[in-house]
Design a protein around this ligand. Structure first.
Ligand code: SAM
Ligand code: SF4
Length: 378
């Protein structure tokens, strides 16, 4: 599928044509990754963050949230809960928190790997190649690092670099791949200033990076962030964000997010693709189910203890902030059965990763060249 076709689908408004897209995506999902929906237990281990992302409620400049960091014992207890609930993976996510040191994380990963059968996914932001290598050696299986938007100018506006930093998200995705992680990335849909052409390039990049996991969710405005207010502010040194009218602005809607999920399935047929929490937050549980019927095959129930969960306020209204893990899991299991799908058993490793690992053709091991603008459907 070439860029112009992706772009045309993003701009498509005819409901009958869109039914064709949903059908193609669902059929591609069924043929390549099957009917199983894999559950990943998400544990939001710290909301401390040193970064000033213009969109995120955890940003360093936001003094309105109370900060927390879970203890290793609390995180391990959440991992045991994941095992009890029958999940095969735990996702440990946080802000970019320097007090999550390489040694601290190393000990935690080793304990989870030694005492549970769980796959461990990390989503701890931009860490150094040495840290990422140490955690891989400790047994971490996967790493999620979204590039957020492939438009470098927009990215620089909403995601200011850390002073003196020599690596960025794109280069870290290559580091992660070379270290042998299952690599996940993704983008937000409907960032102020994002055009349909930008979004089509994001989808093309998912393919070029040969991602094992791809997460796409709608941008959700947070009133305590410069981008959410979309006004200039002097709150922090970096906080003036002037986003010009894109003219061709992408809406941060459920429909647009579902189009991106479906097109992602077509260009990355073997990848694990979650129906994201951001989509469930803005479109409700029915929105999450529609994403599952339009290409997605993963859901990430929240295992963070409720007292911490409400402090992990990336954006307003994150789903079921007061529900226990058990209640969340029960509801999800019923919903998944209601659409004729079944819960995945085991770790639910990415088939894209397994294909790459076992491929004899070296070109299948490295990402495609950036000149390769054509992505295959199958
Ligand atoms: N700090 C790590 C990082 O940035 O990769 C992981 C945690 S961060 C909160 C996880 C993801 O939340 C980001 O990749 C971003 O896509 C998403 N996010 C943050 N603010 C958001 C917003 N206002 N709307 C939608 N998604 C948002
Ligand atoms: Fe920190 Fe991640 Fe939020 Fe950026 S998106 S402010 S790195 S938690």
């Amino acid at each position: 599928m070439i860029h112009d076709e992706i772009l045309a689908w993003l701009c498509e408004t005819d409901p009958a044509r869109l039914v064709e897209l949903w059908r193609n995506a669902d059929e591609t999902r069924r043929r390549h990754v099957g009917d199983e929906v894999h559950l990943r237990g998400l544990v939001e281990i710290s909301n401390h963050c040193t970064r000033f992302c213009g969109y995120c409620g955890l940003r360093a400049g936001n003094r309105r949230i109370e900060r927390y960091r879970m203890s290793k014992d609390e995180i391990f207890a959440a991992a045991c809960r994941a095992v009890d609930l029958g999940y095969g993976t735990i996702v440990l996510q946080s802000g970019e928190d320097p007090d999550i040191t390489v040694a601290w994380m190393d000990r935690l990963i080793r304990r989870v790997k030694a005492e549970t059968p769980l796959a461990v996914t990390l989503s701890l932001g931009e860490r150094t190649p040495d840290e990422l290598a140490a955690w891989r050696a400790a047994g971490a299986d996967r790493y999620l690092l979204k590039f957020e938007t492939s438009n470098p100018r927009l990215y620089a506006q909403i995601h200011p670099p850390r002073a003196g930093q020599s690596h960025d998200r794109m280069s870290l995705l290559t580091v992660l791949r070379d270290l042998g992680y299952e690599v996940g990335s993704g983008a937000m849909v409907g960032i102020p200033g994002q055009t349909h052409d930008d979004l089509a390039r994001d989808i093309g990049l998912f393919r070029l990076l040969d991602l094992d996991m791809v997460g796409v969710g709608p941008y959700v405005p947070h009133p305590d962030t410069p981008l959410g207010r979309n006004v200039a502010t002097t709150e922090t040194p970096d906080a003036d964000i002037h986003i010009p009218d894109a003219g061709d602005q992408v809406p941060h809607s459920e429909l647009m997010t579902c189009k991106v999920v479906a097109l992602t399935r077509l260009v990355c047929p073997w990848a694990n693709i979650p129906a994201t929490t951001a989509l469930a937050t803005t479109a409700g549980e029915s929105g999450r189910l529609r994403a599952l019927a339009r290409g997605a095959n993963v859901v990430m129930p929240n295992l963070t203890p409720p007292a911490y969960r409400r402090l992990y306020a990336i954006y307003p209204g994150k789903d079921c902030p007061d529900e226990t893990a058990e209640a969340c899991a029960d509801g999800l299991a019923r919903q998944i059965a209601s659409i004729g799908r079944r819960l995945g058993l085991g770790r639910g490793d990415s088939r894209n990763y397994n294909r790459r690992l076992h491929a004899c053709d070296p070109s299948a091991i490295r990402p495609c060249s950036p000149d390769d603008t054509r992505a295959t459907m199958d």
